[in-house]
Design a protein around this ligand. Sequence first.
Ligand code: HEM
Length: 413
Amino acid sequence: MINQSANPADLYDPFDMSDPFPFYEYARREAPVFWNEEIGCWVVTRHEDVKTVFKNLSIFSSKNTGSSVRPHSPAVQKVLHDGGMNITSGMSGRMPPDHTRIRSFINKAFTPRRTAVMEAPIRARVIEMLGEFKNGRADLVKQLTYDLPALVVFLLLGVPDEDVPDVKQWALARMAFQWGDPSEDEKVELAKDMVKYWQYCLNLIDQRFEETRDDLPSDLVRIYNEGDKSITREEMASVCYTMLFAGHETTSNVLAEGIRVMLSHRHSWEAICKDQALIPNAVNEMLRYSPSIFAWRRITTQPVTLGGVDLPVDAPLVVVIGSANRDETCFANSETFDILRDDTKEMMTFGHGVKYCLGAPLARLEGKIVLEELTKRFPSLRLAADQTVEYRSNSAMRGPKSVIVEWDADSNE
Ligand code: HEM
């Protein structure tokens, strides 16, 4: 319950992802752009302003997206420096002209064909995982939604099965390092894992220079070998580095929270069980209603007025995608989960403009396959009554730690 007489800035808890929506509804109305001392950022909550920020990369730079919530200690800086990592060891922190050059190179490799050929192997994985759903009760996160998107990215990148546990561990370290709130000692350990993750990506590219296969890193190397030398080996590794994270936690969290929301709106679940043609739009609504990248960062490159607030140059911003997606001025009945709505196009879930998510079609494909297979096999699926759904403390990512489901065992096994 929001104290309607309080200053929104005083009520804000950037790390509490349990139910942030009532707060943002209040903030959009009372203080659409406000300063938060704890994370040292301006917080942007309205759809119109979030879109303006994403659209104008030259004024709202993405160069701070890869930095962590608090500044690094010298010990952490040393680990990263010795491991050869810097701010550009990824895609989202990059700016034009570098970003434009690298992105046009990736576009030649990460084509609709590369996504389409993944449909059959993704479906096979989903069916295999659902085959392990036994005895009428399962944890969706542990048994399906956490691992699946990681396996999909591993498939895309050609990461062999034996490396999967390590890579997953490193991806978790990166999430906690950049968007969590670890102690200084913990940060040093997390930084060591991030360095391992970066070195792994460099090796992946080196291996493909020795021998190409049927995966995305091989496509990058092939395009290079065929004459387009516009990106370096290190930049190819940074593409892989970005994908491993960008395609994992993001999709895991959307699937887990989206299915949880769907099951708590029984009529929606029953509708997609009856008519699978509704699934693509249902996936869009899951993405709008519960975006996994809940908040993202930018920094101003010049003085600018946003949402009526004058911002100086170098003002760090947090753009709250989760709030923009519920903005009542943009979406009809914005707080209502409605799988039939026709206005999801304006969602900010995948960003907007030149940095629009490269993996959006793949994420949508995963959502569609999961819902198709789940509804086919477990139409009686429901949320277990004896659970409290908890969310990791994080300033950017939102998703449940577990979602326990039940079904009528004998009808499905
Ligand atoms: C539901 C799942 C996903 C969500 C919510 C999501 C969200 C986003 C967002 C908000 C951005 C924009 C970042 C910015 O403007 O700074 C982005 C960029 C990106 N995403 Fe995704 N993403 C998802 C899945 C994926 C997948 C599956 C992949 C690839 C396997 C992927 C790859 C990328 C890449 C490479 C970028 C950087 C684009 C650039 O800087 O030009 N994403 N994503």
